[in-house]
Design a protein around this ligand. Sequence first.
Ligand code: 13P
Ligand code: SF4
Length: 364
Amino acid sequence: AEPIPFDAYKDLAPEDLHLRIRRAKETLKDRLVLLVHNYQRDEVWQHADFTGDSLKLSQQAAREAKPFIVFCGVHFMAEAADLLTGPDQAVILPDLAAGCSMADMAEGESVERAWQELATVLDADKEITPVTYINSSAELKAFCGARGGTVCTSSNAAKVLAWAFARRPKALFFPDQHLGRNTGKRMGIPLEQMPLWDPAEPLGGLTPEAIGEARILLWKGFCSVHQMFRPQHIAYFRREHPGIHIIVHPECAMEVVDLADEVGSTETIIRTVRNAPEGTLWAVGTEINLVNRLKEECRGKKQVYFLCPTVCLCSTMFRIDAPHLCWALENLAEGQVVNRIVVPDEHRHWARTAIDRMLEISRS
Ligand code: 13P
Ligand code: SF4
């Protein structure tokens, strides 16, 4: 049979979609698990079997034995799930256009070039551990894995960098300069020893001396959602709501993280606000779908505000909606696997090695 075309889903009423998603889940029963990232919209999030941040969802994927893993998140997360599951398990991303602009900022060719350029000023293989944030392609994970490096998430970046420094004196950190800088700073590394590597410039725009003194070389990537949070937003909330607690994601710029009371992954943010005493006030600096849900959950008990005056929405996370989810599930229920994410064989071994190292470091 042909796959059911997506066009049949676009105009369905929300209640119909909801019912049909539930029905398809019942048909698929034990053959399906629905992993849902904390930034997903409510219409998708409500159907989750597991929700979480990148680390928690990859740990869950690694435990799964079900043949179908529908991943409601973005492409790199589905790739990580594919790396951590077997060849008889299919990982499905309901909309293939759900990418991550940050992950796209470190593409294969410029990463290879950077390594070659670094090798002209030092013994890169002996002196540098490449570490990539999980928000990256499987190709970049493979690059790191093949050179003794690994992967990190927003929940284990400090632990992973400590692991890297126990092996080699320097780290090259992809693709999020902010997570790298914020984590390095908390580990006590001076800013002068964390220069920015600009892939558009020869030798990253750095002098051989600056590279020689560096502890972490920060790839010039960023998250366009989290860079919208600014210090003046924190100043506003502190002025208008004395006693408020500010919590932000480590993808925010250093000036913002330094002014916040707490910093953590999406799961840490949810847990911290959820467990806070009644009557407390919170301003949260991360994606708006998460914050709105938290606001709703805390209604009448705690006051939760969104840290930014404009809407900071991850437009690619937002692409996964009820019509795409329903379409993917009903096709599966009919025996058609649509939108399967498969990491190419050439990257598989080393990308898996890199991510396995991370899971091992997280366990220790
Ligand atoms: P978490 O791992 O904290 O959920 O972050 C994922 C992400 O993409 C944040 O922008
Ligand atoms: Fe990527 Fe930023 Fe969206 Fe996270 S919030 S998926 S880093 S674009």
